[in-house]
Design a protein around this ligand. Structure first.
Ligand code: ADP
Length: 391
Protein backbone atom coordinates (compact mmCIF):
# COMPACT_ATOMS: atom_id res chain seq x y z
CA UNK A 1 0.00 0.00 0.00
CA UNK A 2 1.25 3.49 -0.76
CA UNK A 3 1.75 5.78 2.21
CA UNK A 4 -0.95 8.43 2.55
CA UNK A 5 -0.06 11.85 1.29
CA UNK A 6 0.98 14.54 3.79
CA UNK A 7 -1.60 17.18 4.64
CA UNK A 8 -1.46 20.47 2.77
CA UNK A 9 -0.17 23.77 4.15
CA UNK A 10 -2.28 26.65 5.38
CA UNK A 11 -1.18 30.21 4.54
CA UNK A 12 -3.44 32.33 6.72
CA UNK A 13 -1.59 35.67 6.61
CA UNK A 14 1.18 37.49 4.80
CA UNK A 15 3.71 36.70 7.54
CA UNK A 16 3.86 33.17 6.13
CA UNK A 17 6.08 33.25 3.02
CA UNK A 18 4.59 31.61 -0.07
CA UNK A 19 6.75 30.64 -3.03
CA UNK A 20 4.59 30.12 -6.11
CA UNK A 21 5.09 26.76 -7.80
CA UNK A 22 2.71 25.42 -10.46
CA UNK A 23 -0.48 23.72 -9.29
CA UNK A 24 -2.65 21.24 -11.13
CA UNK A 25 -5.77 22.94 -9.82
CA UNK A 26 -6.40 26.35 -8.26
CA UNK A 27 -9.84 26.91 -6.70
CA UNK A 28 -10.80 30.57 -6.32
CA UNK A 29 -13.22 30.94 -3.41
CA UNK A 30 -13.46 28.76 -0.29
CA UNK A 31 -17.21 29.02 0.17
CA UNK A 32 -19.24 25.87 0.09
CA UNK A 33 -18.88 25.30 -3.67
CA UNK A 34 -15.11 25.80 -3.84
CA UNK A 35 -14.41 23.79 -0.69
CA UNK A 36 -16.56 20.90 -1.84
CA UNK A 37 -14.94 20.99 -5.25
CA UNK A 38 -11.43 20.84 -3.73
CA UNK A 39 -12.52 17.95 -1.50
CA UNK A 40 -14.08 15.97 -4.37
CA UNK A 41 -11.19 16.71 -6.78
CA UNK A 42 -8.73 15.09 -4.36
CA UNK A 43 -11.11 12.23 -3.69
CA UNK A 44 -11.22 11.57 -7.44
CA UNK A 45 -7.48 12.17 -8.04
CA UNK A 46 -5.47 11.97 -4.80
CA UNK A 47 -2.19 12.95 -6.49
CA UNK A 48 -3.43 16.39 -7.67
CA UNK A 49 -1.61 19.49 -6.45
CA UNK A 50 -4.49 21.71 -5.34
CA UNK A 51 -4.56 25.27 -4.00
CA UNK A 52 -7.80 26.51 -2.44
CA UNK A 53 -7.88 30.22 -1.69
CA UNK A 54 -10.18 32.94 -0.41
CA UNK A 55 -9.97 36.69 -0.17
CA UNK A 56 -11.37 36.49 3.36
CA UNK A 57 -11.10 34.12 6.29
CA UNK A 58 -12.77 30.76 6.69
CA UNK A 59 -15.64 30.98 6.48
CA UNK A 60 -15.69 34.40 4.89
CA UNK A 61 -18.19 36.51 6.79
CA UNK A 62 -19.19 38.28 3.58
CA UNK A 63 -19.80 35.09 1.59
CA UNK A 64 -23.17 33.51 0.93
CA UNK A 65 -22.29 30.18 2.54
CA UNK A 66 -22.14 31.45 6.11
CA UNK A 67 -25.76 32.72 5.97
CA UNK A 68 -27.25 30.07 3.72
CA UNK A 69 -30.35 28.53 5.32
CA UNK A 70 -29.15 24.94 4.88
CA UNK A 71 -32.59 23.64 3.98
CA UNK A 72 -33.10 20.45 2.03
CA UNK A 73 -36.53 19.26 0.88
CA UNK A 74 -37.56 16.77 -1.79
CA UNK A 75 -40.70 18.78 -2.61
CA UNK A 76 -40.45 20.06 -6.18
CA UNK A 77 -37.13 18.42 -7.07
CA UNK A 78 -37.45 17.57 -10.77
CA UNK A 79 -36.43 14.04 -11.78
CA UNK A 80 -33.35 15.40 -13.58
CA UNK A 81 -31.98 16.70 -10.24
CA UNK A 82 -32.85 13.68 -8.14
CA UNK A 83 -29.32 12.19 -8.11
CA UNK A 84 -27.58 15.43 -7.08
CA UNK A 85 -30.23 16.13 -4.44
CA UNK A 86 -29.94 12.67 -2.86
CA UNK A 87 -26.14 12.82 -2.93
CA UNK A 88 -26.22 16.19 -1.16
CA UNK A 89 -28.64 14.85 1.45
CA UNK A 90 -26.50 11.75 2.10
CA UNK A 91 -23.37 13.90 2.42
CA UNK A 92 -24.84 16.31 4.96
CA UNK A 93 -26.29 13.39 6.95
CA UNK A 94 -22.85 11.73 7.04
CA UNK A 95 -24.34 8.75 5.15
CA UNK A 96 -22.23 9.02 1.98
CA UNK A 97 -19.45 6.39 2.19
CA UNK A 98 -15.89 7.79 2.02
CA UNK A 99 -15.34 5.67 -1.10
CA UNK A 100 -18.03 7.79 -2.81
CA UNK A 101 -16.61 11.08 -1.57
CA UNK A 102 -18.28 11.22 1.84
CA UNK A 103 -16.83 13.44 4.55
CA UNK A 104 -15.69 12.05 7.88
CA UNK A 105 -18.19 12.24 10.73
CA UNK A 106 -19.16 15.64 12.09
CA UNK A 107 -17.41 16.59 15.32
CA UNK A 108 -19.20 16.90 18.68
CA UNK A 109 -19.18 20.70 18.39
CA UNK A 110 -20.48 20.88 14.82
CA UNK A 111 -24.01 22.16 14.36
CA UNK A 112 -25.97 18.96 13.77
CA UNK A 113 -27.96 18.09 10.69
CA UNK A 114 -31.59 17.51 11.71
CA UNK A 115 -34.28 15.60 9.88
CA UNK A 116 -37.17 17.84 10.96
CA UNK A 117 -39.70 17.43 8.21
CA UNK A 118 -41.37 20.23 6.31
CA UNK A 119 -45.00 21.28 6.23
CA UNK A 120 -46.06 23.30 3.24
CA UNK A 121 -49.33 25.21 3.55
CA UNK A 122 -51.16 25.92 0.30
CA UNK A 123 -53.59 28.74 -0.33
CA UNK A 124 -55.27 26.62 -3.03
CA UNK A 125 -55.61 22.86 -3.21
CA UNK A 126 -53.49 21.70 -6.12
CA UNK A 127 -51.57 18.62 -7.10
CA UNK A 128 -50.34 16.51 -4.20
CA UNK A 129 -52.22 18.55 -1.61
CA UNK A 130 -53.87 16.87 1.37
CA UNK A 131 -56.22 18.10 4.08
CA UNK A 132 -54.52 20.14 6.80
CA UNK A 133 -54.24 18.65 10.24
CA UNK A 134 -53.84 14.95 9.57
CA UNK A 135 -50.48 13.52 10.50
CA UNK A 136 -49.11 16.77 11.89
CA UNK A 137 -50.57 16.54 15.41
CA UNK A 138 -47.09 16.46 16.94
CA UNK A 139 -46.38 19.88 15.41
CA UNK A 140 -49.57 21.55 16.66
CA UNK A 141 -47.75 23.51 19.38
CA UNK A 142 -45.12 24.74 16.92
CA UNK A 143 -47.70 25.74 14.32
CA UNK A 144 -50.14 27.57 16.61
CA UNK A 145 -48.10 30.79 16.98
CA UNK A 146 -46.85 30.71 13.38
CA UNK A 147 -49.79 30.28 11.06
CA UNK A 148 -53.56 30.55 10.95
CA UNK A 149 -54.22 27.09 9.52
CA UNK A 150 -57.81 28.06 8.64
CA UNK A 151 -56.39 30.51 6.08
CA UNK A 152 -54.99 27.65 3.98
CA UNK A 153 -56.79 25.16 1.75
CA UNK A 154 -54.43 22.19 1.83
CA UNK A 155 -50.92 21.09 2.70
CA UNK A 156 -48.03 18.95 1.55
CA UNK A 157 -45.64 17.10 3.83
CA UNK A 158 -42.02 16.13 3.41
CA UNK A 159 -40.93 13.96 6.32
CA UNK A 160 -37.38 13.65 4.96
CA UNK A 161 -36.74 17.39 4.86
CA UNK A 162 -33.73 18.43 6.89
CA UNK A 163 -31.80 21.44 8.06
CA UNK A 164 -28.03 21.70 8.30
CA UNK A 165 -25.27 24.24 8.78
CA UNK A 166 -23.73 25.21 5.46
CA UNK A 167 -20.88 26.96 7.30
CA UNK A 168 -20.06 23.73 9.16
CA UNK A 169 -20.23 21.75 5.92
CA UNK A 170 -17.89 24.26 4.25
CA UNK A 171 -15.38 23.98 7.09
CA UNK A 172 -15.47 20.19 7.03
CA UNK A 173 -15.00 20.10 3.26
CA UNK A 174 -12.03 22.48 3.54
CA UNK A 175 -10.47 20.43 6.33
CA UNK A 176 -10.94 17.29 4.29
CA UNK A 177 -9.27 18.90 1.25
CA UNK A 178 -6.29 19.94 3.42
CA UNK A 179 -6.02 16.45 4.93
CA UNK A 180 -5.94 15.04 1.40
CA UNK A 181 -3.06 17.37 0.49
CA UNK A 182 -4.60 20.67 -0.68
CA UNK A 183 -2.89 23.92 0.32
CA UNK A 184 -5.18 26.66 1.65
CA UNK A 185 -4.48 30.38 1.32
CA UNK A 186 -6.63 32.89 3.16
CA UNK A 187 -6.78 36.67 2.81
CA UNK A 188 -5.72 36.23 -0.78
CA UNK A 189 -7.59 37.60 -3.78
CA UNK A 190 -7.14 35.89 -7.12
CA UNK A 191 -7.38 37.50 -10.53
CA UNK A 192 -7.65 35.00 -13.40
CA UNK A 193 -4.90 35.25 -16.06
CA UNK A 194 -4.00 33.30 -19.19
CA UNK A 195 -1.42 31.26 -17.21
CA UNK A 196 -3.63 30.65 -14.19
CA UNK A 197 -4.15 33.41 -11.64
CA UNK A 198 -2.43 36.38 -10.07
CA UNK A 199 -2.49 36.22 -6.29
CA UNK A 200 -2.92 39.38 -4.24
CA UNK A 201 -2.08 38.70 -0.61
CA UNK A 202 -4.11 41.09 1.50
CA UNK A 203 -3.37 42.61 4.85
CA UNK A 204 -5.06 45.13 7.13
CA UNK A 205 -3.28 48.35 8.07
CA UNK A 206 -3.51 49.85 11.55
CA UNK A 207 -6.14 52.24 10.15
CA UNK A 208 -8.27 49.22 9.11
CA UNK A 209 -7.67 49.54 5.40
CA UNK A 210 -7.27 46.39 3.34
CA UNK A 211 -4.17 46.68 1.17
CA UNK A 212 -2.31 44.39 -1.20
CA UNK A 213 0.89 43.26 0.52
CA UNK A 214 2.34 41.34 -2.42
CA UNK A 215 1.32 40.25 -5.91
CA UNK A 216 2.39 36.84 -7.15
CA UNK A 217 1.79 35.22 -10.54
CA UNK A 218 0.85 31.55 -10.28
CA UNK A 219 0.52 29.06 -13.08
CA UNK A 220 -2.07 26.34 -12.95
CA UNK A 221 -3.22 23.63 -15.32
CA UNK A 222 -6.85 24.27 -14.32
CA UNK A 223 -8.58 27.07 -12.44
CA UNK A 224 -12.06 26.82 -11.00
CA UNK A 225 -13.72 30.13 -10.20
CA UNK A 226 -16.02 29.33 -7.28
CA UNK A 227 -16.30 32.96 -6.18
CA UNK A 228 -20.05 33.01 -5.49
CA UNK A 229 -21.81 36.17 -6.67
CA UNK A 230 -18.47 37.61 -7.89
CA UNK A 231 -17.77 34.65 -10.18
CA UNK A 232 -19.32 35.81 -13.43
CA UNK A 233 -17.79 39.30 -13.08
CA UNK A 234 -14.32 37.77 -12.62
CA UNK A 235 -14.87 35.77 -15.80
CA UNK A 236 -16.10 38.77 -17.77
CA UNK A 237 -13.54 41.29 -16.58
CA UNK A 238 -10.41 39.18 -16.71
CA UNK A 239 -11.07 36.43 -19.23
CA UNK A 240 -13.27 38.36 -21.62
CA UNK A 241 -15.94 35.64 -21.67
CA UNK A 242 -19.60 36.60 -21.63
CA UNK A 243 -21.84 34.80 -19.17
CA UNK A 244 -25.60 35.00 -18.68
CA UNK A 245 -25.57 34.72 -14.91
CA UNK A 246 -26.54 37.38 -12.42
CA UNK A 247 -26.54 38.28 -8.74
CA UNK A 248 -29.15 39.05 -6.12
CA UNK A 249 -28.97 40.32 -2.56
CA UNK A 250 -30.87 38.29 0.00
CA UNK A 251 -31.71 39.17 3.58
CA UNK A 252 -32.53 36.69 6.31
CA UNK A 253 -34.79 38.33 8.90
CA UNK A 254 -35.32 36.54 12.19
CA UNK A 255 -38.70 35.75 13.71
CA UNK A 256 -38.53 35.42 17.49
CA UNK A 257 -41.18 32.74 17.91
CA UNK A 258 -39.77 29.82 19.94
CA UNK A 259 -38.55 26.77 18.02
CA UNK A 260 -36.96 23.55 19.24
CA UNK A 261 -34.80 20.80 17.74
CA UNK A 262 -38.03 19.04 16.74
CA UNK A 263 -39.82 22.00 15.15
CA UNK A 264 -40.61 21.51 11.46
CA UNK A 265 -39.76 23.82 8.61
CA UNK A 266 -42.98 25.66 7.71
CA UNK A 267 -43.52 26.93 4.20
CA UNK A 268 -46.56 28.91 3.13
CA UNK A 269 -47.55 29.29 -0.52
CA UNK A 270 -49.64 32.34 -1.25
CA UNK A 271 -50.95 33.48 -4.61
CA UNK A 272 -48.16 36.03 -5.03
CA UNK A 273 -45.32 34.74 -2.87
CA UNK A 274 -43.88 31.92 -0.79
CA UNK A 275 -42.49 32.36 2.72
CA UNK A 276 -40.44 29.73 4.49
CA UNK A 277 -39.80 29.65 8.23
CA UNK A 278 -36.66 27.71 9.03
CA UNK A 279 -36.08 26.85 12.71
CA UNK A 280 -32.79 28.41 13.78
CA UNK A 281 -31.19 28.97 17.19
CA UNK A 282 -34.42 28.90 19.18
CA UNK A 283 -36.41 31.04 16.71
CA UNK A 284 -36.96 31.07 12.96
CA UNK A 285 -35.21 32.51 9.93
CA UNK A 286 -37.69 33.91 7.40
CA UNK A 287 -36.84 33.08 3.81
CA UNK A 288 -38.38 35.14 1.03
CA UNK A 289 -38.17 34.33 -2.67
CA UNK A 290 -35.69 36.00 -5.00
CA UNK A 291 -37.79 37.79 -7.61
CA UNK A 292 -35.22 39.63 -9.72
CA UNK A 293 -31.60 39.84 -10.63
CA UNK A 294 -30.00 42.95 -9.12
CA UNK A 295 -29.44 45.62 -11.79
CA UNK A 296 -25.81 46.44 -12.52
CA UNK A 297 -24.34 48.65 -9.78
CA UNK A 298 -27.27 48.06 -7.40
CA UNK A 299 -26.50 48.94 -3.77
CA UNK A 300 -28.86 47.38 -1.21
CA UNK A 301 -30.58 49.92 1.04
CA UNK A 302 -33.02 49.56 3.92
CA UNK A 303 -36.72 50.29 3.44
CA UNK A 304 -39.51 51.90 5.44
CA UNK A 305 -42.33 50.39 7.47
CA UNK A 306 -45.14 52.88 8.20
CA UNK A 307 -42.67 55.65 7.45
CA UNK A 308 -40.01 54.38 9.87
CA UNK A 309 -36.62 53.48 8.36
CA UNK A 310 -35.79 49.79 8.84
CA UNK A 311 -32.98 47.50 7.83
CA UNK A 312 -35.14 45.26 5.68
CA UNK A 313 -35.19 46.18 2.02
CA UNK A 314 -38.46 47.23 0.43
CA UNK A 315 -38.46 44.07 -1.74
CA UNK A 316 -38.32 41.85 1.33
CA UNK A 317 -40.95 43.84 3.25
CA UNK A 318 -43.31 43.50 0.29
CA UNK A 319 -43.22 39.70 0.51
CA UNK A 320 -43.71 39.77 4.27
CA UNK A 321 -46.75 42.05 3.92
CA UNK A 322 -48.33 39.49 1.60
CA UNK A 323 -48.00 36.82 4.26
CA UNK A 324 -48.97 38.74 7.40
CA UNK A 325 -52.67 37.92 7.37
CA UNK A 326 -52.18 34.17 7.35
CA UNK A 327 -48.99 34.29 9.45
CA UNK A 328 -49.89 36.90 12.07
CA UNK A 329 -46.58 36.61 13.95
CA UNK A 330 -44.95 38.44 11.02
CA UNK A 331 -46.98 41.54 11.91
CA UNK A 332 -45.71 41.64 15.51
CA UNK A 333 -42.51 42.69 17.24
CA UNK A 334 -41.38 39.07 16.98
CA UNK A 335 -40.13 39.98 13.50
CA UNK A 336 -36.73 41.65 13.60
CA UNK A 337 -36.62 44.38 10.98
CA UNK A 338 -33.40 46.15 11.99
CA UNK A 339 -32.72 49.87 12.07
CA UNK A 340 -30.40 49.94 9.12
CA UNK A 341 -29.18 47.60 6.45
CA UNK A 342 -26.04 46.82 8.42
CA UNK A 343 -28.23 45.47 11.25
CA UNK A 344 -29.76 42.83 9.04
CA UNK A 345 -28.00 39.63 8.01
CA UNK A 346 -27.77 39.55 4.22
CA UNK A 347 -25.49 38.34 1.44
CA UNK A 348 -24.96 38.45 -2.28
CA UNK A 349 -25.94 35.24 -4.04
CA UNK A 350 -25.05 34.05 -7.51
CA UNK A 351 -28.10 33.63 -9.76
CA UNK A 352 -27.01 31.01 -12.25
CA UNK A 353 -28.93 31.16 -15.55
CA UNK A 354 -31.75 28.64 -15.20
CA UNK A 355 -31.69 28.89 -11.40
CA UNK A 356 -29.76 25.67 -10.66
CA UNK A 357 -26.11 25.36 -9.58
CA UNK A 358 -23.84 24.75 -12.54
CA UNK A 359 -20.30 24.59 -13.81
CA UNK A 360 -19.13 25.55 -17.26
CA UNK A 361 -15.88 25.91 -19.17
CA UNK A 362 -14.75 29.52 -19.69
CA UNK A 363 -11.41 28.95 -21.47
CA UNK A 364 -9.23 25.91 -22.08
CA UNK A 365 -8.19 26.05 -18.42
CA UNK A 366 -10.73 28.15 -16.52
CA UNK A 367 -14.07 26.91 -15.22
CA UNK A 368 -16.94 28.69 -13.52
CA UNK A 369 -18.71 26.94 -10.63
CA UNK A 370 -21.88 28.64 -9.38
CA UNK A 371 -24.06 27.69 -6.42
CA UNK A 372 -26.81 30.17 -5.60
CA UNK A 373 -30.06 29.60 -3.77
CA UNK A 374 -30.49 25.95 -4.78
CA UNK A 375 -27.01 24.96 -3.59
CA UNK A 376 -28.52 23.79 -0.27
CA UNK A 377 -30.40 21.18 -2.25
CA UNK A 378 -27.95 19.98 -4.91
CA UNK A 379 -24.68 21.90 -4.39
CA UNK A 380 -22.60 18.93 -3.26
CA UNK A 381 -23.86 16.82 -6.15
CA UNK A 382 -22.90 19.51 -8.66
CA UNK A 383 -19.47 20.03 -7.06
CA UNK A 384 -18.82 16.30 -7.26
CA UNK A 385 -19.88 16.14 -10.90
CA UNK A 386 -17.60 19.10 -11.70
CA UNK A 387 -14.67 17.47 -9.87
CA UNK A 388 -15.13 14.25 -11.83
CA UNK A 389 -15.26 16.18 -15.11
CA UNK A 390 -12.00 17.99 -14.24
CA UNK A 391 -10.28 14.75 -13.30
P1 ADP B 1 -20.80 29.66 -2.85
O1 ADP B 1 -22.08 29.24 -2.16
O2 ADP B 1 -20.95 29.69 -4.33
O3 ADP B 1 -19.63 28.89 -2.40
P2 ADP B 1 -19.90 32.01 -1.31
O4 ADP B 1 -20.28 33.44 -1.49
O5 ADP B 1 -20.17 31.40 0.01
O6 ADP B 1 -20.61 31.22 -2.50
O7 ADP B 1 -18.38 31.78 -1.57
C1 ADP B 1 -17.63 32.48 -2.50
C2 ADP B 1 -16.28 32.81 -1.89
O8 ADP B 1 -15.43 33.33 -2.89
C3 ADP B 1 -16.37 33.85 -0.79
O9 ADP B 1 -15.86 33.31 0.41
C4 ADP B 1 -15.52 35.01 -1.32
O10 ADP B 1 -14.74 35.60 -0.29
C5 ADP B 1 -14.63 34.32 -2.31
N1 ADP B 1 -14.12 35.18 -3.40
C6 ADP B 1 -14.86 35.97 -4.23
N2 ADP B 1 -14.06 36.60 -5.13
C7 ADP B 1 -12.80 36.18 -4.86
C8 ADP B 1 -11.51 36.46 -5.45
N3 ADP B 1 -11.38 37.27 -6.51
N4 ADP B 1 -10.43 35.87 -4.90
C9 ADP B 1 -10.55 35.05 -3.82
N5 ADP B 1 -11.72 34.74 -3.25
C10 ADP B 1 -12.83 35.30 -3.76
Amino acid sequence: MSTPRAAGKVYAHVGQPFTPTPYDLVVVGAGRMGSLLAHFALWARPELRVLLLDQGGLPNEEGASILAPGLWTALDVPATWHTEAELTRALVLGELPPAEGGLSAAGPHDTPTRVRGLLELLSENGEGGQPIGEGVEEWAADLAPLADLAAFAACRLDRRALTYSVAALTTRATQSAIRQGADLMLNTRAVPTAQGVTLERLTVTNTHQIVVHETLPLSAAQVVIAAGAAGSQLAEQHLGTVTHHAQAYQQYPRLNVPSSDQSPVVRAQFAATTLTLRPFAGGYTVLTPIHHRAPHGYQPTGGRLSGVPVGLRRETIQDLLLGMEAMPALATEALEVGRSLSDMAGAWLALPAGGWPLWEALTGKHWLLLGGSKADLVGAGVARRAALALA
